[in-house]
Design a protein around this ligand. Structure first.
Ligand code: TEU
Ligand code: CA
Length: 546
């Protein structure tokens, strides 16, 4: 890169690790930190600049670590602080930063703060959580619902009050109106920075400004005030990266989080492309096909929002979402590899920081479970109970869970074709996908035309090319139902990206603004003439730098 003022994370490719499912070093069936350390070369080879590590803190694991009982310790099943420090050092030696998951909308109910809060209302932690008296009828204070189903309030016998939990009842919400609580969070963050972490991914950060009594949860009145306070307290002046998970982020409010003069975050995860693929009436538990023009318009709009200021994060999947190739591609044996590569290409050549979710780089697919007892996810199990109770058939529920349930992304990483995909020598905590003998890292990495090779090439390109990092995105033929085409432009340099995102061959007529002559990046073609018909094979990509 030529621009030395550019923050390091703008030219980096990120990689998310869900530790429970990545690599098990000791045969207990649960992925762990030494397992990650042993696999760092896979990531270094991929060209990853930083890892977003899903929570590894001490936790009773009601939500696989998103329920933290001690922010300054490691869950024993994941290892020790010494293991963590070693992983950090070995990652650093490979030029890879480690970004922690900051889960501070809520803690575990087993956190000492909550224990103290529930037993001693007048004590030092009495108002660190959101407590309310029962409503006039003796029931819940209001009708706020948990994201995991059912009321967001649970009665605490000892304190004689309800506490708020926007997620599971084992995840009580912290009270962000309490200054001492906020200070404790900032101190904890500083403690991790002192240990050498490269930044934080901030779990449901758009919920911390909530106004419970007015029923406002996301994007609440104090949200940006709190983020600015946090920035002043621990982020200011350092070169850490921060990415806020913000389901409520819109093109209208995005720059409030990541505008250059705001003093808040580096970027947010927005979910407009995810939600656009959900059924408006039934949410994610029903299947709905992806409509490419809508998808392109959503991404295009966000490219526009952050064209001059702010910064985008780019992702297809994470630990809460279905596998990219199953959701947006075609995971049949015939098209899986080509579609995974096409999806990687269109995403990673946009402007922003791309995030690879573990297994995506080898084209891993959804789980395809057939029985509810194969699922482990608290959200899936809760909604199974609620929906089948309300008359949804077992088969319909399983079909929905197989389309969008969170366990799709949580089956173990498929390393090779040995027993349990090389993930564990024991009994895995969740079933390994039966397709591991075909789909695994060893096999894919051995193939120069494989998925991994494409991801590696894309990460390398980003590291080396100002055009890929900074070029302006310009949409081309946005209404085309099968082809995603765009250009990037930086001064005189241009990049043309064309992908057939369908399983049929397409004759695509290149409009004038796509004409280019230059170097073909992933194929032999070096020129596109205005009005020329490109015969694109299913999921074929054409990328030309001119
Ligand atoms: O996810 C936030 C969140 O809202 C998801 O649970 C989402 O609503 C759901 O999967 C889609 O319907 C974050 C974490 O990423 C998730 O793993 C945690 O369970 C959750 O917060 C609570 O910490
Ligand atoms: Ca283990």
């Amino acid at each position: 890169m030529t621009d030395t003022a550019l923050p390091w994370w703008k030219a980096a490719t990120a990689y998310q690790i869900y530790p429970r499912s990545f690599a098990d070093s000791n045969g207990d069936g649960i992925g762990d930190i030494p397992g990650i350390t042993a696999r760092l070369d896979h990531l270094a080879d991929l060209g990853v600049g930083f890892i977003w590590l899903s929570p590894v803190y001490r936790s009773p694991m009601a939500d696989n670590g998103y329920d933290i009982s001690d922010y300054r310790d490691i869950a024993p099943e994941f290892g020790t602080l010494a293991d963590f420090d070693q992983m950090l050092a070995e990652a650093k030696a490979r030029g890879i930063g480690v970004v922690m998951d900051l889960v501070v909308n809520h803690t575990s109910d087993e956190h000492a703060w909550f224990q103290s809060s529930r037993s001693d209302p007048e004590g030092p932690h009495g108002d660190w959580y959101v407590w309310r008296d029962a409503g006039p009828d003796g029931g819940v204070p209001n009708d706020l619902q948990s994201f995991f189903g059912g009321p967001a309030w649970t009665w605490d016998e000892g304190r004689g009050q309800y506490y708020l939990h926007l997620f599971d009842r084992k995840q009580p919400d912290l009270n962000w109106d309490t200054a001492e609580m906020r200070a404790a969070v900032y101190e904890m963050m500083a403690w991790w920075f002192d240990r050498g972490v490269a930044g934080f991914r901030m779990d449901v950060i758009d919920l911390i400004g909530k106004d419970v009594d007015r029923g406002i949860t996301a994007d609440g009145p104090t949200l940006h005030e709190r983020l600015q306070e946090m920035h002043q307290a621990v982020l200011k002046g350092s070169d850490v990266v921060t990415v806020g998970e913000a389901w409520s982020a819109t093109p209208q409010n995005a720059l409030l989080y990541c505008g250059r003069d705001r003093g808040e975050l580096s970027m947010v995860f927005q979910f407009e492309h995810v939600v656009a693929g959900w059924d408006p009436a039934h949410g994610k538990w029903t299947r709905k096909a992806i409509d490419l023009p809508t998808l392109k318009r959503v991404f295009g709009k966000w490219q526009e929002v952050c064209a001059e200021d702010g910064w985008n994060s780019l992702f297809w999947g994470n630990h809460d979402l279905p596998r990219a190739v199953s959701r947006y591609g075609d995971d049949s044996p015939k098209h899986r590899v080509a579609s995974a590569k096409a999806l990687a290409t269109v995403l990673h050549l946009m402007k922003g920081t791309p995030y690879i979710y573990q297994g995506e780089e080898i084209g891993m697919t959804n789980a395809r479970f057939t029985r509810i007892d194969q699922y482990r996810d608290v959200e899936t199990l809760n909604f199974h109970r609620i929906q089948t109770g309300a008359g949804v058939t077992e088969a319909d529920f399983i079909a929905g869970a197989n389309a969008n349930g969170r366990d799709n992304a949580r089956t173990p990483m498929q390393w090779d074709d040995s027993a349990n995909a090389g993930f564990t020598s024991g009994e895995p905590w969740i079933e390994v996908n039966a397709n591991y003998t075909e789909i695994n890292a060893a096999a894919d990495r051995a193939d120069p035309e494989g998925v991994f090779a494409r991801y590696r090439a894309l990460a390398k390109l980003r590291k080396e090319s100002d055009l890929v990092v900074l070029g302006r995105y310009e949409a081309v033929s946005e209404d085309h139902p099968q082809v995603w085409a765009y250009t990037r432009r930086l001064d005189d340099a241009r990049l043309a990206v064309i992908a057939n995102l369908s399983s049929e061959s397409v004759d695509y007529i290149a409009p004038e603004n796509l004409a280019i002559t230059g170097t073909g990046l992933f194929g032999p073609r070096t020129r596109i003439a205005a009005g020329e018909t490109l015969s694109l094979a299913p999921w074929e990509t054409v990328v030309i730098q001119g």
